[in-house]
Design a protein around this ligand. Structure first.
Ligand SMILES: [Zn+2]
Length: 227
């Protein structure tokens, strides 16, 4: 659904500004690519893949989506993430659907920031990626939350970012009880952490650690761009 903002602004590509389209063919070519392996400074302990660097249409698109509330960008991003999943499967990096149901877990965002932006844009992208992979059933549970007290990470060093998020990522919406047997259930799942940008990897690493502690084995992290 197009937002009010999309309706009142003259239509131009959110990636490059060319008039007439939400997301042009040229910018699509920059997104629909096999993901590349990235190695953030803070090692998340699992493979991390990105669609490219934080530049050009990826950067413009992320800013439009996150800072300007341009929700339509979630569609090409979601499609690109779905295609990236296909590439990772073909390359044997993650299991095919017959070996494990795909679960896309969004990296946690600061709650207040997400509310101010009218919902979590990464969650929107992940949901569209799941739709694109239909008829395969892909779960997009709202599993991770950043607790209060986390500062905006802009301008922080890798070490500062690590201590900023340390112990602040929480698993929500799932009960871990003896009868639940969560480990057995997640054994047949391929869990991918999804985010828009990876900078130092601090949030990814903390998320991976928390999920592991919770008995959710992470297959890797997939992001739109790496800084
Ligand atoms: Zn464009």
């Amino acid at each position: 659904m197009r937002t009010l903002l999309d309706l009142v602004l003259p239509l131009e590509c959110a990636g490059c500004g060319v008039p007439g389209e939400q997301w042009c063919t040229g910018c699509s070519r920059a997104l629909y690519v096999p993901p590349v392996v990235v190695r953030p400074r803070v090692d998340p302990g699992v493979p991390c893949w990105a669609l490219g660097t934080y530049s050009g249409p990826r950067r413009s698109g992320i800013i439009a989506l996150k800072e300007r509330g341009r929700r339509s960008v979630a569609r090409p991003f979601g499609r690109a993430l779905a295609e990236a999943v296909g590439h990772l499967r073909v390359a044997g990096e993650i299991d095919p659907p017959e070996l494990g149901s795909l679960v896309l877990v969004c990296a946690p965002t600061r709650a207040r920031a997400a509310r101010a932006r009218g919902g979590d844009p990464v969650l929107r992208c992940a949901r569209i990626a799941a739709e694109q992979l239909a008829p395969e059933t892909v779960l997009v549970p709202e599993l991770l939350r950043m607790s209060t007290g986390v500062r905006d990470s802009v301008g922080l060093s890798a070490g500062q970012r690590q201590s900023n998020v340390a112990g602040r990522v929480e698993v929500v919406g799932v009960r871990r009880s003896r009868s639940d047997n969560g480990g057995a259930r997640t054994g047949s799942c391929t869990v991918l952490l999804v985010d828009d940008v990876v900078t130092t990897g601090a949030t990814l690493a903390e998320s991976a650690r928390v999920l592991k502690d919770f008995g959710v084995p992470l297959a890797g992290a997939l992001v739109v761009a790496h800084a």
